[in-house]
Design a binder for this molecule. Sequence first.
Ligand SMILES: Cc1cc2nc3c(=O)[nH]c(=O)nc-3n(C[C@H](O)[C@H](O)[C@H](O)COP(=O)(O)OP(=O)(O)OC[C@H]3O[C@@H](n4cnc5c(N)ncnc54)[C@H](O)[C@@H]3O)c2cc1C
Length: 477
Amino acid sequence: MQDLKVTTKMATSTNLSGAIVDEFKSNFRGQVLCADDQDYDDVRIIWNGMHDKKPALIVRCTGVADVIDAVNFSRKNNLLVAVRGGGHNVAGSASCDGGIMIDLSLMKGIRVNQKTCTVHAQGGATWGDLDRETQVFGLAAPGGVVSTTGIAGLTLGGGLGWLRRKHGLSIDNLISVDIVTADGKFHTASESENADLFWGVRGGGGNFGVVTSFEYRLHPVGPMVTLCAPWYPVEMAETLIPAWREFMKTAPEELSSSALFWTVPPSPHFPPETHGKRVIIFAAVHVGAVEDGERITKPLRELATPLIDLSGPIPWTAVQSAFDPFFPKKVQLYYFKSRYLSNLNKETIDAIVPLACNPPAPMILIAIWHYGGAMSRKSPDETAFTGREAPFLLSVDAVWNDPQETDTVVAYARNFLEVMEPYSTGGMYVNFAGLGEEGEALVRSAYGANYEKLVALKNKYDPTNLFRLNQNIKPTV
Ligand SMILES: Cc1cc2nc3c(=O)[nH]c(=O)nc-3n(C[C@H](O)[C@H](O)[C@H](O)COP(=O)(O)OP(=O)(O)OC[C@H]3O[C@@H](n4cnc5c(N)ncnc54)[C@H](O)[C@@H]3O)c2cc1C
């Protein structure tokens, strides 16, 4: 092939010899794509329509050997490297302009061990893939609330979903990972093997290597669970949020809940007279017996007269994909950013409500994630993840369609979080970090007391910062 113009790790431009690429291709089991290949444009697309990045090479790995070759090839040729799992990250870090995308999306192998209640899943699987396989056995691992999200990025950042109070974060259920580090070496990391690396991958993102396989502990869940989803007029938010907060103080850990400010979509599933109305939804999922779930969630459905009520028994796989239609690939623009809240008292609510009720684009979702239960029982230094001690996380999940609205929407989200600063513990969830535009300051504030330990690990496992397109921990060697 012809020589390729590529971007290096240091963001400079250079030529990569076609002969070197041909040699790499000759051993590679998966696909290697360049701009003039037929599949290139379909494959390079990532979730957030804000990004239209064009890597010089996309290497579609089929197994550990491909990942090792891809890492060695990238390092030897000094290429800018992006690693793609599910491609969901709103910062667009799964791709890059002119560099190499190490794409794991073909690696979706999953094997459940029913006897030990564990599962091995390859690094390109999504939560939908995992739920499909584990639910055959009536089991589930704690993941996210949108089924198209990759298990890789979500888990490496922490992993918040409907099982967080009963079974903890995704990382709290991780038994081991298989990982290829920047030197091209393969490791298994667990509590008993490469324990320092295992600490780092549980919250430290993609900083330490390419995870080829995740091993999770599974729990009996479903197949039917109880969804609680009353939609109240947003004018009631100020009075209903304290009632939800008090209810959640004594709710069983089988119930995880978030308060969501949203707008009724113009969908035939909703009464036409409600379309376009701003609402507050006290969304909750109960994963114990369905009879208990209906009884336990009843008070949340009777806080007032809901405009819409979608509550009821529902298959676990359906609840896990309920949000999917509203977060499609590429056709919408996304900017999700967050702050931990130190409380949800009157002053905090008064600061949230006016902004949450009046977004510049209707489908902007403001979520108040209630924490507690299993996820809060681990100590803050037990894993690299930070924020367990916070009672709530506020995330501004901005979704819009028109690129001309981008500046207004992003300014709204940033301003919202600035307004929340006095009510915050100071940190944020690294998986909801916007475009990561604050760079090192963001990462330092997000990781707080765990930051220095992460730097030491980065110095050990990736001293030249090969894996830099992430919430980047900069090495200091
Ligand atoms: C619609 C939507 C819903 C979401 N819902 C939730 C939710 O419910 N709970 C929650 O916690 N988060 C949620 N998130 C945030 C999500 O956790 C992050 O966006 C996460 O990065 C997505 O993982 P991915 O593999 O799909 O992303 P990618 O964009 O593929 O990867 C993100 C980063 O992770 C790293 N990475 C990916 N794969 C690997 C790998 N195999 N090895 C090493 N590093 C890797 C890379 O650094 C990469 O840049 C949501 C995001 C979106 C857009």
